[in-house]
Design a protein around this ligand. Structure first.
Ligand SMILES: [Zn+2]
Length: 143
């Protein structure tokens, strides 16, 4: 199991993720800093977000496997005109991360004062621990 750094975050999540009986496994693990997703037992491919049916071969034989905590930044943007629910947090950075192992995901980027984002740079996943639950985000890996 991959263990992510856990960072305290103030207040409650602005837009808490919807959870289901199936994704509860993911969110409960994330709350403990554990980072994993579903992996198809028929074709061996991981999916993110976690899914009860494999989108590659449609098998319903899926298990849980660790995700890599490391990846590279594929692209990013800084959001100034945020949706109303995130307005208090703007401006903020969001990006697309390619994890080692092939999963591509979108998430918030944690700014490092005095540094900026560059596609191709090394990032690591972290858990933001809000009062009402976790969110995942990426931060730059110190060179
Ligand atoms: Zn499959």
């Amino acid at each position: 199991m991959t263990q992510l750094p856990q960072l305290p975050a103030p207040g409650r999540r602005a837009y808490p993720p919807r959870t289901s009986a199936f994704t509860k496994t993911f969110w409960e693990a994330l709350a403990q800093g554990r980072w994993h997703t579903t992996c198809c037992e028929a074709c061996g491919r991981q999916t993110f977000p976690p899914r009860p049916i494999c989108p590659h071969c449609w098998s319903d034989r899926v298990g849980w496997r660790p995700l890599s905590a490391r990846g590279t930044l594929y692209s990013w943007t800084r959001i100034h005109a945020a949706p109303a629910v995130f307005a208090a947090e703007a401006p903020y950075a969001a990006g697309i991360v390619d994890l080692e192992g092939g999963i591509r995901l979108a998430c918030r980027l944690l700014d490092t004062p005095g540094a900026d984002w560059t596609p191709g740079m090394a990032v690591e996943m972290t858990v933001l621990k809000y009062e009402d639950g976790p969110l995942f985000a990426a931060r730059a890996v110190a060179p």
